[in-house]
Structures are given as structure tokens and as C-alpha cells.
Design a protein around this ligand. Sequence first.
Ligand SMILES: O=C(O)CCC(=O)C(=O)O
Length: 300
Amino acid sequence: MEALINGVKVPSTLLGLLKETSLKNKSDEQLRNSLNNDGYLLLKDAIDKNDITKARNDIFEKLNQVDELENPFSEGISSGRSRRDELHKDRGVFWENVSNTESLRKITNGNNLKGVFSRIFGTSSIGFDFIFLRAVSGGKFTHMHCDAGFFTRKTQNVLTCWLVFTDITIDKGPLFIIEGSHKFSDIKTKYKGFDVDIHKHMKATIDTDPITFAQQRNSKILTAQFRPGDALIFGMYTVHGTFENYADDKKIRLTCDIRFQPNNELKDPRYFGPNPTGTTGAGYGELNSARPLNEDWHVR
Ligand SMILES: O=C(O)CCC(=O)C(=O)O
């Protein structure tokens, strides 16, 4: 199987594997060192399998209710149809409801992940209330970017956690990280202080295509075969994107990204509280995921 981005095959010589880190055998300091050295931590089986299965099924059921997944919905097969707009007058309200699925919140904002991030930060951590659940059907991918422009308005001390709910083989559009990109000084200079919601003349998406970008910097495009329960953690200047989901079986990719920061640092009100407004203030309706599965995505 090959990796595709925007319909273009990624040369296999450019691909590399993300290193796995075990929470059990590592001290807190070793976790921090790995994150600083590599720009990411790939934690296999970070979340309990039963919790993942429950959340996935609960979310799939809601997508099935709007006719976007075939029966049995637990397979996560895209139907190519949607009744989302017919059954819900507000896309944002619908997606906020899906994002607030109790079994999902138990994982994203529960004690387990919070504990992992408290170990990494060395102080009590808190997960953002605004989360980015992504149900990704065929042909879609996330353009390459780093997260600073979205989440560092109040503190630089923020980490992204990308959580996996389905089997993600290379044809299902896994996330990739550009090796060593957290140390690229031009990226840091360009994106430090950049705020997507203020500096509207600039985009978070990096224009150079990932293949050229990696070749120019003599880097690899790192990815993995992700399994439900895996968590990939990375910093605000780690350049990443996803491959395209082109799976023949039409199974969607279900992932959720959430940010964590030390609890004692300033919090960006856009992402915290009972009704967070999200990056642009438009709430959950601004997310690509608020669009029916059979509709194209926007680029930020
Ligand atoms: O899952 C995706 O499509 C993109 C995730 C991402 O860019 C992130 O977690 O920052």
C-alpha cells in the first residue's frame, strides 16, 4: 500500500517510522527528553481499548443516524449519503453534540490523559474543552502545518494529542510528522507570534508540498500504522499533516485531537469553558468535521 497526498504518491524512500515510547518504562524526565529530542511521543495503547470501542461506537451511531455510515455502523463504512442538514438545522450544534459524547469526553478530558500530560509538564495539566473530533472519509487529508497559530495566544506551553479510534493503515490517511521539524528555525521564526484568527493575510497551511518540503530539508516523512488507543503527542512547531484516506473498503478514519497545557498558565477563553467558541469564534460549526461526511473540506 502506498501513501498518497493530494493524489500524489509519496516515494517510499522518503517515508520513515515514528518511534514508539512506552509510558511504563520511562521516567517523567525521559518522556520530556524524548519529546524535546524528537518533537513527538508516540504512545501505543495509551487509552483503554474498551473505552475506545465504546466512544467509537457511540460516535458511529450518531453518524449512522444521519445516514452517513452504512449498517452495521460499528464497521465505520461511509455511505456517501447524508441527512445531516435535513435532520439538524445547525451543523455547529450537531457537531458540538457529537463532540460532547460522554464516552468520548471520558477519554479526552478524563483523568488518564490528564495524568500523562501532568507527567510530561511536571505540573498539573488541563485539557482544552474545545476538541477536534475528525471523521474522515475518502479523498480527504489535512494540509501540512504546525499548530502554533491556533493555540499559543496565551501560552507557548501547549501540546497536541492526536488520539486514534480506528485502525489507520497508510491508505486510511494517518498523520505524518516531518522528521526534526520542531528544530527548523525558519518555521519557528515564521510561525511564532502568528495567530490565524488575527493575521488573516497568512495561512497556517505550509504551501510547499510535503514531498518537496521533506526532500529540501533532507528529512523523512514519519508515520505509523496506528491502532485504536494510540496517542501521538507533539509540540506547537512540529510540522505535520495527514495522508489521504483512499481506502477501498470506504472505512472512515476516526481520530480526535485535543490540546493540553499546565493548569497554572493563562488559558485562551476561546477553548475553555462550557461553550467554547473555537479558533474563529464560530464554535463547532467552523470545523471541517461539522460538514457532512460526503462534502469537501475547507483549507485554513
Ligand atoms: O487529524 C487530522 O486530520 C489533523 C490533525 C492535526 O492537524 C492536529 O492534530 O494538529
